[in-house]
Design a protein around this ligand. Structure first.
Ligand SMILES: NC(=O)C1=CN([C@@H]2O[C@H](COP(=O)(O)OP(=O)(O)OC[C@H]3O[C@@H](n4cnc5c(N)ncnc54)[C@H](O)[C@@H]3O)[C@@H](O)[C@H]2O)C=CC1
Ligand SMILES: O=C(O)CCC(=O)C(=O)O
Length: 450
């Protein structure tokens, strides 16, 4: 090879920027991975020579489609739907669907790219994909959500299948939406293909523990990371951003480990309660009533509500768990967290810390669990749901939970070993990228230039 691995990665990154203009989230995700992989490419120049690096940053397929739907007043709306099938080297495409007004191709591409490495880390046979729409579910009636999901699936069904591509939930897509999507798929295809979606209801092929899996898995990972340093969650003060699926079940598991979650947030603001946030009230407000987080203070007089979501990171804590969305912790918030004594960060959301924020944590010796590793429990349990669907069996909650825990312990072990093997001890960002990449790269090599 005539140029260094470092120069190759810098050049490739420039080509990615040029080819994918105006997609800063995708550029950010690629930059982090390429920088982590320099020591791997120094040992394996064949990954460059065989075009594996060029291929790993280029989705296998990108689908963009029109989603017309009619609201309750009879007005027609047209949204844009996406599915980016990024890499199918190690299994059928797998990854969630996000319904949020901020969705555009750059967000879906970054999420699909991250999913490739995350899914590889689970040790299960799943490739990487992501999808969604720029639809805002906020304030929509059940019937509007149903009509939107039916229209979305009326195009998506052509591109998915239990051995081809298996979507699931993400921001704005939970059990209700998966139900409507599944109903429409079944109607169009006239076949009961349970494994075509995951996160399903229990009566039609869903898995126990899938709802809890991302949040529980995050805490299993954080616990493992702390245990390796002689620390524990017990007695620690914890901040959790977001108050959706990941945040709620992370909170539940932190309490089971004896920690105290003193703040949670939504896109409007955050609540702080030094006595600890009650998970049952949060579930009622968010899962049942679908209300904003400020409602919480009506039930708990010790809690206070504060406008604006980034303020949550100014609260002193031992452990911070960003579980809302991408780039919610920047350099400034990271510096404040460190100055206030935060020693552990576990990423429940995808890419919630920007590159400068990540550097602050790593430079200051914060135990940092990157998203690809720390939040992989959700997709891992989706893969367990697919296994149960294939076998036409349903495992107990305890059985799935035990498998999830094993998977998270293994992910910690593999990421920390990969980091150490490349002289980057304790840098789990590099460890996750390296361990996730190597399995995919070796498989792509075995498949030839395809
Ligand atoms: N649901 C899953 O199984 C998995 C989700 N993730 C990631 O976790 C994150 C959260 O996803 P879910 O909990 O599933 O979504 P969700 O739709 O259930 O909840 C999202 C929550 O984040 C809040 N939020 C949105 N923007 C915010 C902001 N700027 N500041 C504070 N709060 C904000 C929303 O109000 C909502 O409470 C996303 O990054 C998603 O990609 C990652 C792995 C699996
Ligand atoms: O369960 C899945 O397939 C998707 C989970 C997901 O979207 C994620 O890991 O970010």
């Amino acid at each position: 090879m005539s140029i260094s691995a470092k120069q190759y990665c810098a050049d490739l990154y420039q080509r990615v920027i040029k080819r994918n203009a105006n997609e800063p989230e995708f550029h950010q995700a690629v930059k982090e991975v390429l920088e982590s992989l320099i020591p791997v490419l120094e040992k394996h120049p064949d990954y460059i020579e065989l075009g594996i690096m060029e291929s790993i940053v280029e989705p296998e397929r990108q689908i963009i489609f029109r989603v017309p739907w009619v609201d309750d007043a009879g007005s027609v709306h047209v949204n844009r739907g996406f599915r980016v099938q990024f890499n199918s080297a190690i299994g059928p495409y797998k990854g969630g669907l996000r319904f949020h007004p901020s969705v555009y191709i750059g967000i879906i591409k970054f999420l699909g790219f991250e999913q490739v490495f995350k899914n590889s880390l689970t040790g299960l046979p799943i490739g990487g994909a992501k999808g969604g729409a720029d639809f805002d579910p906020k304030g929509k009636s059940d019937m509007e959500i149903m009509r939107f999901c039916q229209s979305f699936m009326s195009e998506l069904y052509r591109h998915i299948g239990h051995d081809m591509d298996v979507p699931a939930g993400d921001i704005g897509v939970g059990a209700r939406e998966i139900g409507y999507l599944f109903g429409q798929y079944k109607r169009i295809k006239n076949t009961y293909e349970a494994g075509v979606l995951t996160g399903k209801g229990l009566s039609y092929g869903g898995s126990l523990t899938r709802k809890e899996a991302t949040g529980y898995g995050l805490i299993y990972f954080v616990n493992e990371m702390m245990k390796a340093k002689g620390l524990s969650i017990e007695g620690k003060n914890v901040l959790i951003s977001g108050s959706g699926n990941v945040a709620i079940y992370a909170l539940e598991k932190v309490r089971q480990y004896g920690g105290r979650v003193v703040a949670v947030s939504d896109s409007g603001g955050y609540i702080y309660d030094p006595c600890g946030i009650q998970v049952s009230t949060l579930k009622q407000i968010k899962e049942v009533n679908r209300q904003r987080i400020f409602e919480y203070v009506k039930y708990h007089p010790t809690a206070t509500y504060h406008e604006g979501c980034s303020g949550i990171w100014t609260i002193p804590c031992d452990i911070a768990l960003p579980c809302a969305t991408q780039n919610e912790i920047d350099e400034n918030s990271a510096n404040i967290l460190v100055a206030n004594g935060c020693k552990v960060v576990g990423e429940g959301a995808n890419m919630p810390t920007d590159l400068a924020g990540t550097k602050v944590f790593l430079d200051n010796g914060v135990l940092f669990g990157p998203a690809k590793a720390a939040n992989a429990g959700g997709v891992a349990t989706s893969a367990l749901e697919m296994s149960q669907n294939s076998m036409r069996l349903a495992w107990t909650f305890e059985e799935v939970d035990a498998r999830l825990k094993d998977i998270m312990v293994n992910i910690y072990k593999n990421t920390s070993q990969a980091a150490e093997a490349y002289g980057l001890k304790d840098n789990l960002v590099a460890g996750a990228n390296i361990a996730g990449f190597k399995k995919v790269a070796e498989t792509m090599k075995a498949h030839g230039v395809v």
